[in-house]
Design a protein around this ligand. Structure first.
Ligand code: ADP
Ligand code: ZN
Length: 426
């Protein structure tokens, strides 16, 4: 089945040896793409020598649009995906048949790891199309033999109807959408714990806190697993949490993993936080060397209790460019989310706004509060507002203006959540 024991638990020395072989094969292949022409003839004697190679950045993919990274003949490519363009212009990514098979395998292996089996009913609420979240998972789930429902995003009532009618057990969902979906369950008086067979949620594609994961688990009575990926190197399936839920295993037979200091580019030792850099080890159409993901994380030291040797990273803190600098203080939106999720009475949806007032940065945090509190006494509301302001100040050292709003009044998103609005005058 999709427990590839020989690859997942091989000893570290053998894994490194395999990686060195794969990196060198990748260098030969990459040199056939126009962008990497100048690395032609390069061969590494040790994995560490990879540090001599320059980084590849998202901007390079844009500058060499559309074929600068394609190493095969276009006729060998069977699929094109394009990044959803969270930041800037889209990038285009090609896959050969072998790339699709490898990708499918990564997803199947990941889902198998959290217990998905034939007999499971898998509802994929991610967008089908250029976004990789839909098709990427689709083929992995089918490969395992789960009944796969390609429902795509939106239409929450229909989602719930499918869940109930076909006994959905596993759902792939954006964490921000999971919270919104719960409010529709409430509206329809359907209890996900009693009235469905839901067992696991696969949540990913956007940064989210541990607190948000636990909230989703509590609301739906499921276990929620963190899924990491990016379209440039493949899509979902690059990394996945195992049932220990202690970090995301990155599949090291498919990627060589480095963490670098985003300022200096220096490679950091395991345990230190920095930017994740990935080298693809088996890509055919578009190998990428030392690709700077922009995602901030760290490699967790020590071995995972599950027995897999593949490196684990901590949940993604955000992208380097998600960092807000408020009057000189660095803040990550996820810190605000953690605090909100920890505070009882608030937390289904929130929005962060930054404005310029009197030549200073001003931080607003708008949070939906539970219906009972919103409709309760003024004292309860002001008490909650004061508490949240204090908690946030303790976490981020900046005093925000907290605005508590009625449930269901903040914006919602069809795709990834856009929770930060920077309205500062430049
Ligand atoms: P885009 O760059 O247009 O958003 P992708 O859909 O490929 O295109 O998104 C990949 C990015 O999404 C990652 O680089 C990362 O920033 C974010 N991401 C994906 N999965 C996770 C996750 N589990 N946790 C946090 N961020 C994630
Ligand atoms: Zn593990």
């Amino acid at each position: 089945m999709y427990w590839e024991e020989n690859l997942e638990t091989m000893n570290e020395g053998a894994l490194k040896e395999m990686q060195l072989k794969l990196v060198n094969q990748t260098l030969v292949k990459a040199a056939e793409a126009p962008f990497y022409r100048n690395i032609s003839g390069k061969k590494l004697r040790t994995l560490e020598e990879i540090r001599e190679l320059p980084f590849t950045r998202k901007q390079d993919l844009r500058d060499h649009f559309p074929y600068g990274f394609l190493r095969t003949d276009l006729s060998e490519a069977v699929r094109l995906h394009s990044s959803s363009g969270t930041t800037g212009n889209p990038t285009v990514v090609f896959h050969t048949r072998a790339d699709i098979e490898n990708w499918t395998n990564q997803v199947a292996r990941s889902m198998y790891m959290i217990g998905v089996r034939p007999g499971d009913v898998f509802q994929n609420t991610m967008g089908y199309g250029l976004f990789t979240g839909g098709l990427g998972f689709h083929y992995g789930a089918e490969k395992i033999g789960a009944l796969t429902i390609p429902i795509g995003p939106g239409n929450s009532k229909r989602q719930i109807w499918f869940m109930q009618t076909f006994g959905t057990t596993v759902v792939h969902i954006l964490p921000s959408y999971a919270l919104r979906l719960y409010s529709i369950f409430e509206e329809m008086s359907v209890d996900p714990k009693k009235d469905t067979k839901l067992k696991s949620f696969i949540i990913g594609s956007e940064p989210h806190s541990e607190e948000l994961r636990r909230e989703i688990e509590d609301l739906f009575g499921v276990r929620a697993y963190n899924s990491y990926g990016l379209s440039e190197v493949c899509g979902p399936g690059v990394g996945f949490e195992c049932s220990c839920q202690k970090g995301i295993h990155l599949w090291e037979d498919y990627y060589y993993v480095e963490i670098i200091d985003p300022e200096t580019g220096e490679v950091l030792p395991d345990g230190e936080e920095g930017e994740l850099v990935l080298t693809t080890l088996q890509r055919e159409a578009m190998p990428l060397l030392r690709y700077r993901t922009g995602d901030l994380t760290r490699v967790l030291p020590g071995k995972c209790e599950c027995g897999r040797v593949h490196k684990r990273i901590e949940r993604i803190k955000g992208r380097a460019d998600d960092m807000l600098i408020i009057n000189g203080v660095n803040i990550f939106p996820i810190q605000i989310e953690e605090t909100i999720m920890r505070t009882p009475g608030v937390g289904k949806n929130y929005l962060i706004e930054v404005k310029t007032e009197n030549f200073m940065d001003k931080l607003y945090v708008k949070v939906e509060v539970d219906k009972e509190i919103f409709e309760g006494t003024l004292a309860a509301l002001t008490g909650l507002q004061k508490k949240l302001t204090e908690e946030l100040k303790a976490e981020i050292t900046v005093t925000p203006t907290v605005q508590l709003v009625e449930p269901g009044t903040l914006p919602v998103w069809e795709g990834k959540a856009k929770r930060v609005q920077d309205l500062r005058s430049k």
